[in-house]
Write a protein that binds this ligand. Structure first.
Ligand SMILES: Cc1cc2nc3c(=O)[nH]c(=O)nc-3n(C[C@H](O)[C@H](O)[C@H](O)COP(=O)(O)OP(=O)(O)OC[C@H]3O[C@@H](n4cnc5c(N)ncnc54)[C@H](O)[C@@H]3O)c2cc1C
Length: 474
């Protein structure tokens, strides 16, 4: 499909109001769009998926507790009452700071979006620390596709073990290794252990799922290092109690279909046979960060994060705001609250400029604390000077996550699914399809031109078109 190029005046939209382009529908992008709801601007939100993804609960999709729809409502639906906002599907491939345009592409249709103000909130992807080949055997946990692939691999491993006859092969199939002992790794390992020991306990005839081995590995010497020593130790003990083997000071040096090679702190290299490997270690900011750095002269760190000024803009470009996981500023962590508060701050800056008001002070992050679940009824929470653990922390975790899940429908069904999983033993979402397990690798084998076929077909070449969609409302 091709669209013909049309020239659109760069700067002021046809409604005469400033154009705001937002890249990304994650925490930063969505909360920025919501904050601009009543502003006298025309907003175009461009994202490469049609959903707002609540990443903190991805592990519950991967382990069959929640459905993908519950943690990823359509962005279009969430923003339907924002009459000044248009949602556009497309991967942003270029940002031209001099021309003030953003270029996005979807299935061969390339669109150029002119802007007066730009908010870039493209987040971060998985980092394999230069060993991208590990990705084939150890999927990360960044997208719905990742979570569904992992769900297929985890439930599939039990199925294959039921059929296997060689005891060594059964052990390999029933060994699950999670790499990275940060919150994502801890939550993932805890849930696989609960799945094996509680949910699947009576479902098989040949194998005993409670014999499954769940290993949580990290090169660092601590579990949840960002939570401090006390909560980290507590989390480690709780993990041991539910049957997770925690191996620290253990660096993964190779990954293949059958297992991993691990180098321990004493320099010894050993092998772990495991069919299912999950990569929950390391992030790499969106490549758009580097692109912005090259054009503005802002520094870009090794994780691809672009240095922003204290008001979250780029040097020499007060109209370009960058928020969330993509930024490097005062060692702010890559957490949802940094993105949410950054998105709202950028929206406020735009509203003030539009109204001719003086700019606000520098961005100040208000740390609302961090939490991680270990198993049902058990979590750790670090909120300012207060440290919680066990059931109290778990209830806090439950309430906070429910508050931030977007949409009434999702909240209701999430609570129902939590009741099924936490009070009962069941998991409502145990479907695993062949396409979920093999889709990613099959697309990679077909070649880069098929990378977008997930949404409909092979990539076609098309002439870029300029975005001139008429706005019905203003
Ligand atoms: C598994 C997991 C668990 C987590 N748990 C927690 C937690 O418990 N608590 C917490 O505070 N934080 C947690 N985080 C971190 C938190 O989710 C991130 O800090 C937050 O999502 C960052 O928001 P963002 O807007 O910067 O990026 P994201 O939320 O990642 O959004 C990025 C958006 O940009 C879009 N995008 C990316 N590239 C392009 C492109 N080229 N063109 C168009 N669109 C693009 C994406 O589709 C997406 O819509 C977790 C993260 C993960 C992965």
């Amino acid at each position: 499909m091709t669209t013909s190029p049309v020239t659109d005046p760069v700067g002021i939209s046809s409604s005469g109001r400033p154009r705001v382009v937002i890249v990304g529908s994650g925490f930063g992008g969505l909360f920025a769009a919501q904050a601009l709801r009543h502003a006298p601007v025309d907003v175009t939100l461009v994202a490469k998926t049609g959903q707002h993804l609540f990443q903190p609960l991805l592990y519950q999709v991967a382990t069959g507790i929640l459905s993908e729809g519950e943690i990823a409502p359509p962005t279009r639906e969430v923003l339907r009452r924002n009459r000044n906002t248009r949602v556009v599907l497309g991967e942003v491939t270029d940002i031209d700071l001099a021309a003030r345009t953003v270029t996005s592409t979807i299935l061969g249709r390339t669109t150029v979006h002119p802007y007066d103000e730009l908010i870039v909130a493209a987040g971060a992807g998985q980092s394999y620390f230069g060993n991208d080949r590990f990705a084939e055997f150890a999927p990360g946990m960044k997208s719905i596709d990742d979570a569904l692939e992992l769900r297929g691999r985890i439930f599939g491993a039990f199925e294959l073990a039921e059929l296997a006859t060689d005891p060594a092969e059964i052990d390999r199939l029933l060994t699950f290794v999670v790499v990275g002992a940060g919150p994502t790794g801890v939550e993932m390992a805890g849930q696989i252990a609960e799945l094996a020991h509680r949910t699947l306990r009576r479902d098989f005839r040949t194998i005993d799922p409670t014999q499954a081995r769940v290993v949580l590995l990290d090169a660092a010497p601590a579990v949840l290092p960002s939570f401090g020593e006390k909560l980290g130790d507590r989390a480690r003990r709780q993990l041991n109690e539910i049957g997770v083997e925690v191996q620290l000071g253990a660096m993964v040096t190779d990954v293949d279909a059958d297992g991993l090679e691990v180098k321990d702190a004493d320099g010894q290299i050993r092998r772990l046979q495991a069919a299912t490997k999950i990569w929950a270690a390391g992030v790499q900011a969106s490549p758009l960060g580097r692109l912005l750095g090259e054009q503005s002269g802002a520094e870009v760190d090794r994780a691809g994060r672009v240095s922003v000024l204290p008001d979250l803009t780029l040097p020499g470009h007060p109209e370009v705001h960058v928020v969330g996981d993509m930024i490097s500023l005062d060692r702010l962590p890559g957490v949802a609250q940094v993105a949410i508060q950054g998105g709202r701050y950028a929206a406020e800056a735009i509203e003030r400029r539009t109204a001719g008001k003086a700019p606000q002070g520098p961005f100040r992050y208000r740390d609302k604390g961090s939490m991680a679940t270990i198993s049902r009824f058990s979590a750790v929470a670090d909120i300012g000077k207060l440290k919680f653990e066990g059931f109290t922390a778990w209830v806090l975790w439950l309430v906070v996550h429910l508050m931030y899940i977007v949409g009434f429908k999702s909240r209701v069904t999430t609570v129902l699914h939590w009741l099924v999983s936490f009070l009962g033993r069941g998991r409502a979402e145990r479907v695993a399809t062949v396409q979920q397990v093999y889709g990613r690798l099959a697309l990679e084998k077909l070649g880069p031109e098929f990378a977008v076929s997930k949404t409909g077909g092979p990539k076609e070449e098309a002439a870029p078109a300029t975005d001139v969609t008429e706005r019905k409302s203003a």
